[in-house]
Design a protein around this ligand. Sequence first.
Ligand code: IMP
Ligand code: ZN
Length: 346
Amino acid sequence: MGLHKFCRELPKLELHAHLNGSLSRSTMLQLQRCLADNGMADTSNAFLDEFQIGAGDTRNLADCFQVFNIAHALTSTKETLAKATASTLKEFEDDGCCYIELRSTPRQTPHMTISEYIETIVQTMLNTTDMSIISCLIVSINRSSSQRDADIIADYAIEYHAKYPDIVVGIELSGNPAIGNFKDFVPPLTRARNAGLKITLHCGEICNPQEVIEMLNFKPERIGHGVCIHPRFGGIDAAWELLCKSQIPVEICLTSNVNTKSTPDYNCHHFNELYNANVPIVLCTDDKGVFATSLSQEYQICAETFGIEQSKLARLSLSACNYIFAVEKRKMLMDKLLNFINKKEL
Ligand code: IMP
Ligand code: ZN
């Protein structure tokens, strides 16, 4: 079977996708129309073009973080946030994704409270009975936020995990890696962990070996990116050895790393180092709208760049089942993958 078709058909698990970075152009247009119908948006489309960051774009990492303001302006009401969530889940499902842990930073807007933000996403996930994709929410803390605001987000995550334990499954730390200190977020993350939430951390997006070691010693269930951990990419031996020993799974986002220039090109991506060292990895999209990609495209790029054959790609997807936060869904997803592998005789 052709690689493109195979990558689309393969049942896949998305474990690192930011809601407001995942909006496709058509979703954004739909949201814009919805706001305009309520007299809340202008109808020019020029600003939508600013949302996409392609390979070779001259913007630096800090500039890249500005583009999220565009999506945030569109998801500021309960109605558009619900539509954004539903459309994004549908797009992942259409791409052959059978399980997603969507993440988002709850925020107060003129039209909703933080609590309503979380409730809106949860209710949309509960109402996707017409879809076969299983969806969960990871609550994000932005590392630019104050300790007080991080505490507030952690409290809401704990409250909503107690209320909807099958939906609100984790908490994570993201945002501009050049801002803030991991240490300041340890107390709220620890409280969330003690309340039963699983943890994933954006780790090593820029060179900061001390922080990488602090993060790995915190023993999150997963980390995102892990670019600057191997000494070849600005990391230090102690951090790399700690990662290999701890076997903490790494959410790999190939196109995101190339387009934000964290990695010069696909060929020199640290996928190889992680794969060869048997560090668990999961292929993910990060921000499929911003980086104009899809999960099946990330599998295809991985296969083409690193020569990973179809049977190994399927096993990558199978192994992702081990690292999901909704533990009770693991067996069902594994059965689905094993069925696919048997049927295709891989
Ligand atoms: P949201 O949390 O649904 O609003 O999704 C957008 C947010 O995700 C951004 O404002 C960032 O805080 C975070 N984010 C998206 N991509 C990245 C990344 O590559 N590194 C760190 N944070 C990110
Ligand atoms: Zn991310």
